[in-house]
Design a protein around this ligand. Sequence first.
Ligand code: ATP
Ligand code: CA
Ligand code: CA
Length: 430
Amino acid sequence: VGEGGEITYKKIQSSQIMGSIQLGIQHAIGGLASKPERDLLMQDFMTVETTNFPHEGSNHTPAHHYSEFKFKTYAPIAFRYFRDLFGIQPDDFLMSMCSAPLRELSNPGASGSIFYLTNDDEFIIKTVQHKEGEFLQKLLPGYYLNLDQNPRTLLPKFFGLYCYQCNSKNVRLVAMNNLLPSSIKLHQKYDLKGSTYKRKANKSERQKTSPTYKDLDFMEHHTEGLFLEADTYNALIKTMQRDCRVLESFKIMDYSLLVGIHNLDEAQREKTEARKRTDSGQSDGDDAEGEPRKGLNRTRSEQGKEDFTAQVKRTQSINRQRLVAHSTAMESIQAESEPIDEEEDVPPGGIPARNARGERLLLFLGIIDILQSYRLRKKLEHTWKSMIHDGDTVSVHRPSFYAQRFLDFMAKTVFKKIPSSLKHSPSKRK
Ligand code: ATP
Ligand code: CA
Ligand code: CA
């Protein structure tokens, strides 16, 4: 956060980054239309297109009131192919990215990355470090060989890599799929690695409206884990095994499983509570995340109107089909979703589960943060040397150790097969 409370990244105002990258992406997608579809060539992974955006505009760029900037698009043809692989039409991608302002998310990570969410909830744009961008470029051919063979995966899907350049500063950005719906309340969020070393959300994170907790917090909140139907459990673990094998093959470590939990029963209770409060004439204190607190001096009718519009918007966004194919949690693990039997407005594709109390949960999840192999490269260099010098072979196996520990934690501590006692518990309705 910079002076005056404005969020900045590399001393550039976030609002300027957002507006400029929307112009850049719009130009990049528009430019692709004239390039006919064709098979991918190896060189498509290496191309970089650079466009200048002067204030006054140019033959192919619009005038704008941001600082002048350059915009680089990496591997445009390759990323078009990947978007196509996930059923994303150019027009839809353009609409998602550019037709409405982006929303900035608060980042619990230590890296200082900024996250932007598209208004339709489909895509996340994350700032990445130079090394991470380079690594993604190198990873692309092999990574997408895997996704092409198996689009049902919890691995992150990358749909674009860009660089915004302004005043000799570089801001590198990746566009990827958003895992967590913002249209419903996630009662808990976890970033899980299978490690217990320092894996606890710090105080400032815990004070947020919707904190992202870590492994130790999870074990404290869910001592018995999260319960899944046997078929769902098997599909989930199988998918993660497959995904971890891919990550291990690229010597990637330090990734996390992001898990968002919507508790249907708690949501019901909250609804009833809110209704009670409104009936007794108290103002509705519901302070949804991301929404500024509403003014207190509003009349009731104004308040009512606003709530109704919000409701309509919410239902629209919920009933809309997801843009990215096979991208919900249920589709990613190739399991059939049983429709939720009540009149609940929840986005499709959450994985049904239960907590130890038998409450009905929906899980939204996926693997994130897979581009940090630069640290590993350092370690590997070190290892080669140490192998030659003192025969230390331990570190070479680190990615495999990481994957194994990750999978063990997920399969044994986080997710459990539903015991029959819970399955037939009275709280299961209908
Ligand atoms: P660090 O390197 O310090 O761990 P980072 O800046 O690289 O952090 P990530 O680990 O990628 O950031 O993500 C940080 C948080 O952002 C996650 O815990 C999650 O809350 C959110 N997030 C990241 N990727 C996604 C995604 N694809 N969909 C939804 N939320 C996401
Ligand atoms: Ca991380
Ligand atoms: Ca990271």
